[in-house]
Design a protein around this ligand. Sequence first.
Ligand SMILES: Nc1ncnc2c1ncn2[C@@H]1O[C@H](COP(=O)(O)OP(=O)(O)OP(=O)(O)O)[C@@H](O)[C@H]1O
Ligand SMILES: Nc1ncnc2c1ncn2[C@@H]1O[C@H](COP(=O)(O)OP(=O)(O)OP(=O)(O)O)[C@@H](O)[C@H]1O
Ligand SMILES: [Mg+2]
Ligand SMILES: [Mg+2]
Lengths: 236, 236
Amino acid sequence: FILIENVWKIYKMDTIVQEALKGVSFTVKKGEFVSIMGPSGSGKSTLLNIIGGLDKPSKGYVEVAGLRITEVSNDAELSRYRNEMIGFVFQLFYLIPRYTALQNVELPLIPRGVPPSKRREMALKALKIVGLEGKANSKPNQMSGGEQQRVAIARAIVGNPKVILADEPTGNLDSKSSEVIMEVFKKLNKELGVTIIMVTHNLELIWYCDRVIRLSDGKVIKIYNKEEYEELLETF
Amino acid sequence: FILIENVWKIYKMDTIVQEALKGVSFTVKKGEFVSIMGPSGSGKSTLLNIIGGLDKPSKGYVEVAGLRITEVSNDAELSRYRNEMIGFVFQLFYLIPRYTALQNVELPLIPRGVPPSKRREMALKALKIVGLEGKANSKPNQMSGGEQQRVAIARAIVGNPKVILADEPTGNLDSKSSEVIMEVFKKLNKELGVTIIMVTHNLELIWYCDRVIRLSDGKVIKIYNKEEYEELLETF
Ligand SMILES: Nc1ncnc2c1ncn2[C@@H]1O[C@H](COP(=O)(O)OP(=O)(O)OP(=O)(O)O)[C@@H](O)[C@H]1O
Ligand SMILES: Nc1ncnc2c1ncn2[C@@H]1O[C@H](COP(=O)(O)OP(=O)(O)OP(=O)(O)O)[C@@H](O)[C@H]1O
Ligand SMILES: [Mg+2]
Ligand SMILES: [Mg+2]
C-alpha cells in the first residue's frame, strides 16, 4: 500500500552537505500501524515529510495506493493526494495563530468543498474526540502546549484520511492525554482500517504498533515485528 | 531562595474566564532540583513563566533571592533579573528563525556587554555540551525538532544562570539525548549549585530530582520528597 524505495535526502548548504536519508526502503501494508523510532537527527521527520508528499527525495521514490507521489509534478494533483489521503500531525504542530482551534481543525475540509455548517460539525466532533471541545473558540496562544498538539491531531483526523502520518504526536502530552490519543489512533486503525505511520521515541507507545522501524543516521537498521519487539522490551 | 505565595492566574477572554492557577504556594531551596508534573492544561507553563518574570500573576507574589519579582514595575530591572539570574528553556523552543544556532545561543550574553569573540567562545562551548557543535552555523529550519530543543537548552545555560527554569526540555528528544541533557542539568546542579525547576511528564526523569510538585487543575495537590516518590514509582 505504501512503498518506499531507496529514498535519499541530501541537503546542500553552502559548504556543508548533510545526508539526512541514505537509501531507505520498506513497505507498509494497508491497515498496518507502524512506528518509526530513532535518535534525534536520524531522519524521521524528513522521511515522514517525503511520504506525506510535503518534500521530495533526492533519489528514490514513494508510492502510496499505487500513485508514485514523488513523480507527480502537478502541484494541484499532489495537494489533492495529500488532502484526500493523508492526515498529517506535525512535530511542531503548525497551527495558524490567528484562527481558533475550531477554524484550524476545519481547514482540511475547505478544499473539499464541505459546506460551512457541516465543516463546523465535523471539526467539533474531532475536537471532542481529543477532549478539547471546551477550547473550540480559543486561539493557539490561549492554549497550553499539549492542548495545541491535540488540536493538531484533531485537524489530522477530521477529514477521515486513509493514512495518518504522525510526527511525535505525544511529545508534549502527559501519560493520560497520550493514552487518549493512542486510543483514538487505535480505534481509527482497528475499526476504520486507517494505515498509520507514527514517529515516536516513547517506548510505551510501541505496544499499539504492528511493527517498529528503527532509523539511525539516515538508514533503516532494523525492522521488528510484534513478537520481536515484545521480546526486546521485556528486557527493559 | 524561591518563594511562590498564593499565586493565581486568571485569563479573561470575552465571555470565558479561565483560571489557570488557583492559589499555588511552595518554596524551593537554593541548589535544589525540583520537578513540576501534572496533566496537560494543569498550569505548569503558566507557573514557570510567572517564576521566570515573563508573566505577572493575577494575585499573590513570587520572590527570588529576596527580590519580589512580581512587584518590580521597571521593565529594565525585570529584564536584568531575568538575564542575570534565569536560564529559561521554553516548551516550544522560540529560537529566532533567521539566526544560526550559534547566534541564538549568544543572545543572552549581548545585554551583558560580553565582547563578540568571548560570546562566540561561550556559545560554542554550550553547543558542545549539548552535542551540537556541528550545527553551530545551521538555522532552525535546517535542524530537527530535537536539535532545535537542544539549541534552546544551550541558550539557557550559556550565561551561567543561578536558576534554570526548563519547560518540558526533553519532549522532542529520544532517550539518549534526554540522558545527555539530564546529565548536563545534574552537573550544573551538583557542581555549580544551580537551582533547577523542571516541568516534565516523563516519569523517567524524576530520579534526578530532590522533590516532585504535582499540579492538577491549577493547584498543588501533592509535594513528594525523594523517599516518597521512589516508593510511588516502585509500584509502577
Ligand atoms: N493566554 C491564555 N489565555 C487563555 N487561557 C490560557 C492562556 N494560556 C494558557 N491558558 C489556559 O490555561 C491553562 C493552563 O495552561 P498551561 O500552558 O499552563 O498548561 P500546561 O500545564 O503547561 O499544559 P501542557 O502540559 O499541555 O503544556 C490551559 O487550560 C490553557 O488553555
Ligand atoms: N532543511 C534542512 N537543511 C539542512 N539539514 C537539515 C534540514 N532539515 C533537516 N536537516 C538535518 O537532517 C537531519 C535529519 O533531520 P530530521 O528532522 O529528519 O531528524 P529527526 O529524526 O526527525 O530528529 P528529531 O527526533 O530531533 O525530531 C538532521 O541532522 C538535521 O539537522
Ligand atoms: Mg523530527
Ligand atoms: Mg506547558
